[in-house]
Design a protein around this ligand. Structure first.
Ligand SMILES: C[S@@+](CC[C@H](N)C(=O)[O-])C[C@H]1O[C@@H](n2cnc3c(N)ncnc32)[C@H](O)[C@@H]1O
Length: 203
């Protein structure tokens, strides 16, 4: 996150839950955050936990497969939501929503269980990916910038293997941005797979 965005950015956190990322973004001065979740209860819990800090967060109660935003998004972040979509039609619907939402030059940061990760999440089946497989889902509109793998340690002490890709929205089509030029916010990075720590803002 830190490498492709800065506090002026509008960040959409998909499947926000009570993600530590939202709290980190707020604490780092982000002023425009969309917390998207299909669960009203999860959003309500997030709002309560944020308390007075909730003012910079829009709580978007929506299925990601149909989500819409009122202005272009600079960064779309998803940890552990996309992998629940086991039907290719749902994966394509997700990719279409991301392409419609993210401005040209903006970024998609997606982390899902890797090929050695768990086969289920919260008791539900998931699709596990390699970095290339994950990037391929979005390759009509996004270019792979960086891929990495990391272990996330759950509150109950289990290590879950994630793969994360950072993708840049191509400039060929620019839905929702009124033809604006990409903002020069992101640095270029070499493609490649790295290991990193499980810090929300580096995810
Ligand atoms: C495993 S949790 C991950 C929460 C958070 N991203 C994190 O990393 O801690 C998945 C979240 O995605 C939400 N979710 C699942 N399917 C969704 C969908 N189709 N659209 C939007 N949110 C969804 C769930 O309600 C839940 O809050």
């Amino acid at each position: 996150m830190r490498r492709v965005s800065a506090p002026p950015d509008r960040v959409a956190v998909i499947g926000a839950g009570a993600s530590a990322l939202i709290f980190d973004l707020v604490d780092h001065g982000y002023q425009s955050i969309d917390a998207v979740d299909i669960s009203a209860a999860a959003l309500g819990q997030l709002r309560t936990l944020l308390g007075e800090r909730a003012g910079v967060v829009r709580f978007v109660h929506s299925d990601v497969r149909t989500v819409e935003f009122d202005a272009p998004v600079d960064v779309w972040h998803d940890r552990a939501t996309f992998h629940f979509l086991t039907d290719p039609a749902d994966q394509m619907a997700y990719a279409a929503r991301a392409a419609a939402a993210v401005r040209a030059g903006g970024h998609l940061v997606i982390a899902v269980f890797s090929l050695t990760g768990p086969e289920q999440c919260s008791g539900l089946p998931v699709v596990r990916y390699s970095a290339d497989e994950l990037a391929a889902v979005f390759d009509a509109d996004f270019t792979l910038v960086e891929a990495s793998e990391y272990d996330h340690v759950t509150p109950w002490g289990d290590a879950q293997s994630f793969v994360q890709v950072v993708l840049r929205r191509s400039a060929t089509t620019t839905p929702n941005n009124g033809g604006l030029e990409p903002m020069a916010l992101a640095e270029d990075h070499e493609q490649g797979t790295r290991k990193h720590h499980d810090d929300p803002l580096t995810r």
